[in-house]
Design a protein around this ligand. Structure first.
Ligand SMILES: [Zn+2]
Ligand SMILES: [Zn+2]
Length: 419
């Protein structure tokens, strides 16, 4: 066992896995571009208070999962615990309320949570997310959901389900929570220990409890969409009609409430059709009260976040044909020190014109260098020996056909430049 290991709950992403990440990131950036979202990169750590106020005290994130620390200057900081609060902080800090609304932004960044180590849970994971801030219109909800739906299809996932719900706003939610509470209070003996605690602190969370008896009770629980005030009801119906207009089918599930306190009205998730709700691959919703909570004027917003680790896993499982990372096409094999100098020079010239070249391990005999070419799966080997150096040529060996021919170095480079 080596002395040092990557910290628990973190992983190294090695070269062979990179293609899935580049693929997902490039699809994310492309869909963001088509919908007019600009990239934002915020710092890896923030004032701890941002998440305490933004995500909410009493949430698992704030109570148990934040990487919180005092820096040497005595400031309380935390590693980015989720994606939305920092974007809202930036929106306020940079006066984006003065720009055309909504302001559309996306991010691709690591998120840190002290999770219990288990399969598929990471203490550093990565998210692609978007936020549209400053417009309450239901067409923005539909746009954000459309973007999420488009993105998951773009990366090749088709066996997926869109689940939606509206959880109301401060106007109608208190009434809903009252009826939810009274429903569950009558069932006290049937709910799990965790839910007994939730009943006081956050009754909405009983709905997405995974314990079987709680699940069954959740099925029959009062539905938020039946308790919406007139404004929320109109908003919800418009979101649905816009999704209809685009042909985006969704399943309304009254048990979908999302984990964070700041959500209002529309919430949604994209789940693989084959698995349970545990494996949500993308989730989001409207957060009309969040910016106010962070000290700004009342400003509506909506967005989603999606874990790239989980996306990559789903892309692999779905057998999506992901393009390989471009690898060097040429290996340069050399025999003797003089040829070595020529090899260094040739590699330098090739890279300068944008062609990938690797110099073979020179301590090996030619046969060893050819084995290296096989291992690297290069398509051609350029061989330089005494004769080639004297004649100013290079032997080009095609690895697929094992055929080879000598060509002047100049002609070879000219061919690369024009090819
Ligand atoms: Zn429960
Ligand atoms: Zn309402």
């Amino acid at each position: 066992m080596p002395t040092f290991q990557a910290p628990r709950g973190t992983t190294d992403r090695l070269p062979p896995e990179q293609k899935y990440w580049r693929y997902i990131e490039s699809k994310a950036m492309d869909v963001a571009r088509r919908f007019g979202y600009g990239r934002i990169d915020s710092p890896m750590f923030e004032d701890a208070g941002l998440f305490v106020r933004g995500v909410g005290e009493g949430t698992d994130i704030v109570e148990k999962e934040m990487y919180i620390f005092e820096d040497r200057g005595g400031d309380m900081l935390t590693l980015r615990a989720e994606g939305t609060a920092p974007v809202c902080r930036a929106y306020l800090q940079h006066g984006m309320q003065n720009q055309a609304q909504p302001v559309r932004m996306y991010y691709i960044c690591p998120v840190f949570r002290y999770e219990r180590p288990q399969a598929g849970r990471f203490r550093q994971h990565h998210q692609f997310g978007i936020e549209a801030i400053g417009d309450p219109d239901p067409s923005v909800d539909a746009e954000v959901i459309e973007l999420a739906w488009t993105f998951t299809h773009d990366i090749g996932l088709s066996d997926i389900t869109l689940v939606t719900n509206s959880i109301g706003d401060p106007e109608c939610r208190p009434e809903y929570i009252r009826s939810l509470k009274s429903y569950y209070e009558k069932q006290q003996t049937h709910i799990c220990q965790d839910c007994k605690g939730r009943l006081e602190r956050n009754p909405l969370r009983l709905l997405d409890c995974k314990v079987e008896t709680c699940r069954a009770l959740g099925e029959e629980a009062p539905k938020s969409t039946e308790c919406l005030c007139a404004d929320c009801d109109t908003h919800w119906n418009r979101v649905q009609s816009y999704l209809d207009a685009m042909g985006i089918a969704n399943r309304v599930d009254h048990r979908l409430v999302r984990g964070l306190d700041y959500y209002t009205r529309t919430v949604f998730e994209i789940q693989p059709a084959v698995e349970g709700a545990q494996s949500t691959i993308l989730g989001g919703g409207r957060y009309d009260g969040l910016i106010e909570q962070l000290g700004g004027r009342h400003t509506p917003g909506i967005g989603f976040g999606s874990g790239i680790e989980r996306l990559a896993l789903n892309v692999q499982r779905a057998g999506v044909d992901v393009p390989d990372e471009p690898s060097p096409q040429y290996l340069i094999a050399t025999i003797g020190e003089e040829a070595r100098v020529e090899g260094v020079r040739l590699a330098n010239s090739m890279r300068a014109i944008g062609v990938g070249a690797i110099l073979a391990n020179g301590g090996r005999a030619l046969r060893g260098q050819m084995r290296q070419a096989n291992a690297l799966e290069v398509s051609s080997v350029l061989i330089l020996g005494e004769d080639e150096v004297r004649d100013g040529t290079v032997m080009v060996r095609d690895m697929a056909t094992s055929s080879q021919e000598a060509i002047t170095t100049e002609a070879f480079l000219t061919g690369l430049r024009s090819g």
